[in-house]
Design a protein around this ligand. Structure first.
Ligand code: NOJ
Length: 517
């Protein structure tokens, strides 16, 4: 059971309105109470924060915003005292444009070693004024930016699949792999328990960087046909990373792998590559029986042939929160609660995004001036981007910032994104002792999942179910039923262990789920 912390938004210990590692440390008791085994901390490395820290200027240092290296050491120490493991986020595909390598590349002439760590190319057309190929950036606009050469003339172009401030590294250059290995060892030797690897399907680019046959104009979309991702050479990179990890047998890697095809997905988690990879099918499925069943079946099928564990996630810092995705309001919340029971009944690793346990919705009406996702600017203000799922966590009290920052008697900085006043009823404080709250449902579900023998076995079996419902079992004896139809359906026979909605006799209400043993 992993808990994903988006550090800017989790808890602020120093009152600057931005969450930090001290904030996570202060909330370890809460995470222990929730019952998680590990935390995945989104990037806290030194960064100018153009993309929330996914633009890394020094992969072997912690940004002062988050408390510096000492705060990381202390977090690891205190988390371990509570039996909670700490997984860091590393970004192998690109660096920040403030990384010393990129600064050196910009200061150097074309053709030298400094530029060979990135993907610099001459432009096309008269005077090289056109980008080297037709690739768009995932964040909008072209994936190439032209530089001014040290002698002041318009010069080469460099590749950035994401923002211009995130130049892509050239993984064909052995120096890049060697430096990444240094980074892995640096953190493993400090006691980190593993890594979430950003864009783990993206580091190997196709030979010759050819034009894309079809250029999509939809932003933030990952597509199996996108030639920039999922190139066979990426597996050599993962084998190299695994050789290092195998020297630290307790450590784990989890790759961000946006690949739909089951066979190609499974290749990433072969025994000599990543330990796990995020499967996003469940997060992409609408709340309906058939698509949910297909998402579960495919996620299991994708890893079974290579003997890896499936992974499950309903949301993260890049995706609209599930309460909103499932329709918002009471209905969206009911469905999200039902999905907790579906997800936690499955074998494998579960990743819970901070705030999901409170049933937080997306905030889709943030004022434009606070938006920070680079997508907002890059899309020419047509796409708001991902800030709506990154609003800080409401901890306690009746008014924003709900204990997110220390109480400085009105003198503190505002939280980096404003928290809606309506979240007063969603705070941790309001939900902790409330038996029917989403937080209590998560706590009970996590506890039962960890303790009860009925959750044994790494397979599931599907049972016949009424139209619009899903019923599956685990070999240990757990039966999970979810009703996505508009009518109540009969509960499977047995004793109800936990239910996401108030019980109505032997019926399972619409938009609810139950565990039966
Ligand atoms: C995936 C991360 O989850 C996302 O937040 C980031 O913007 C991109 N990779 C680029 O690093």
């Amino acid at each position: 059971m992993f808990y994903q912390v988006y550090p800017r938004s989790f808890a602020d210990s120093d009152g600057d309105g931005v969450g930090d590692l001290g904030g996570i440390r202060d909330k370890l008791g809460y995470l222990e109470l929730l019952g998680v085994d590990a935390i995945w901390v989104c990037p806290v490395l030194r960064s100018p924060m153009v993309d929330g820290g996914y633009d890394v200027a020094d992969p072997r240092d912690i940004d002062e915003t988050f408390g510096g290296l000492a705060a990381m050491d202390e977090l690891i120490r205190q988390a371990h005292l509570r039996g909670i493991r700490v997984v860091m986020d590393l970004v192998p595909n690109h660096t920040s444009d403030q990384h010393p390598w990129f600064t050196a590349a910009m200061a150097a002439a074309p053709g030298g070693d400094e530029r060979a760590r990135y993907l610099f190319r001459d432009g096309r057309g008269p005077e090289g004024a056109q980008p080297p190929n037709n690739w768009p950036s995932i964040f909008g606009g072209p994936a190439w930016t032209r530089v001014t050469e040290p002698d002041g003339t318009p010069g080469q172009w460099y590749l950035h699949i994401f923002a211009p401030e995130q130049p892509d590294l050239n993984w064909d250059n052995p120096e890049v792999a060697a430096d990444f290995e240094r980074t892995l060892r640096f953190w493993l030797d400090r006691g980190v328990d593993g890594f979430r690897l950003d864009v783990a399907h993206g580091m190997a680019k196709p030979d010759g960087l050819p034009d894309m046959a079809q250029v999509s104009t939809t932003l933030l979309v990952n597509d199996d046909n996108d030639p920039r991702f999922n190139n066979p050479r990426v597996h050599e990179i993962h084998r190299g990373i695994r050789r290092v990890l195998d020297e630290y047998p307790e450590a784990v890697t989890i790759g961000e792998v946006w690949v739909d095809d089951n066979v190609r997905f499974g290749e990433y988690v072969r025994p000599d590559e990543l330990h796990m990879a995020f499967n996003f099918r469940l997060a992409e499925a609408p709340f309906a029986a058939e698509p949910l069943r297909a998402a579960v079946e495919n996620s299991i099928a994708a890893v079974t042939s290579v003997g890896a564990a499936p992974t499950w996630t309903l949301s993260n810092h890049d995706i609209e929160r599930e309460v909103t995705r499932y329709g918002g309001g009471r209905e969206g919340l009911d469905r999200a609660r039902a999905m907790i029971l579906l997800e936690l009944a499955l074998p494998g690793a579960v990743f819970l995004y901070n705030g999901s346990e409170l049933g937080l919705p997306n905030v889709n009406d943030l004022p434009e001036h606070v938006l920070r996702d680079p997508v907002w600017e890059r899309s020419g203000h047509t796409e708001r981007g991902r800030d709506g799922c990154r609003v800080p966590i409401p901890w306690e009290g009746g008014a924003p910032p709900f204990g997110f920052s220390p109480d400085t008697e009105g003198g503190g900085a505002a939280s980096w994104l404003p928290i809606p006043a309506s979240w007063a009823e969603l705070t941790v404080e309001a939900q902790l002792e409330e038996l029917d709250s989403t937080l209590s449902l998560y706590r009970m579900a996590i506890e039962l999942r960890g303790a009860r023998p009925e959750f044994a076995g790494d397979q599931i079996e599907w049972y016949t179910s009424p139209p619009g419902a899903l019923v599956f079992g685990r070999p240990g004896g757990l039966v999970c039923a979810l009703n996505a139809s508009p009518e109540p359906v009969a509960l499977p026979p047995g004793d109800v262990l936990l239910s996401s909605a108030p019980r109505t006799g032997a019926l399972l209400a619409p938009n609810s789920a139950a565990w039966v043993v």
